[in-house]
Design a protein. Sequence first.
Lengths: 87, 166, 116
Amino acid sequence: MIPGWLWILAYTLIGLGVLLGLLRAFLGPKTPDRLVAVDALVTITMGLMVLLGLWYRRGIYLDIALIYGALGFIATLAIARYLEGGL
Amino acid sequence: MAHRIGQFLFTALVLFGLWLLFTGTLDPQETAVGALLAAGIALFTHRRFTRGGLQNLAPGRLLCLLAYLPFFTWQMIKANLDVAYRALHPRMPLNPGIVRVKTRMTSDIGKMAVANSITLTPGTLTLEVDDDTLYIHWIDVRSTDPEEARRLIPGVFEPCLKRIFP
Amino acid sequence: MNLLLQGVAGTLILIGSLFLFLGALGVYRFPDVYNRLQAGTKSTTLGALSLILGVGLAEPAWLPKALVLMLFILLTNPVSSHAIGRASYKSGYPLWEGSIVDHCQEHDACKGGGEA
């Protein structure tokens, strides 16, 4: 069994990470900065979902993480294409 | 024609392998549905999916890929400790720049493998690929000379990747 | 044996969340978009990989699915970061003033239209 203090530590670290990523997404200063922050947040959220899956003992969280990652990947590519000037 | 069949079989095999990993059962019904779906999707996508065919699965190349993984993992851990050190350091010791290097890889998939490996390893990030020239953002530029930079950045991966993606 | 496996899984989960945090810290602190990409790609990729492997070891029935997830992250993350880097360069995002060299400047392939 994974001990309680480890859960608390892991959730705290990931929560702080999400907070910092959100701050960067709000502060900008330009669109690419926000895009980088959102892209990093997608990966962090995938990790968080998998961890929550272990916490609730529900395997479905892994599938959702995969779908979420695929959507985030496509969204990042689309926004990058848009910034580049062609869509 | 034989080439097309090889492409089709390779695509179907990869898709079926992914299906097995993802469903995680060997139940005959599910396996049959997976095989049907893999064949169906491969029918439409095999020409986009791969240039080669079954020779992609030649044992020599798979062994090389297996040997490449631990080396790559080690490089990635080194990269992360480096970035973590820079992010935690109060003054942030950055020395960034964009350098140009040439790669010896010839196939498109090989260039992609080199570019992706570069992105995930110590302090380098591929910005632009133009024919055989890579433009790389380097967080700690140690040399602006193309030859020297070539030895330092893609030179680490190429000997092995060259054998996996000839 | 099982205890050892759980210990390894716990360690991997802890290392993973630590790297996820460090990646976000780098994204927050670094001065320009290219340096932020370096942190946002590398650290979060290794962090997520290690965390997912840890969960896969803690619950061995999920291991195959966890491997698919890891493969997915390993393949897509460098591609999206490359796309962001290229897009920001082509849309005219300047390098940090501390940068020492820019070979891309004198080359056609890197030029693009539009403003950041």
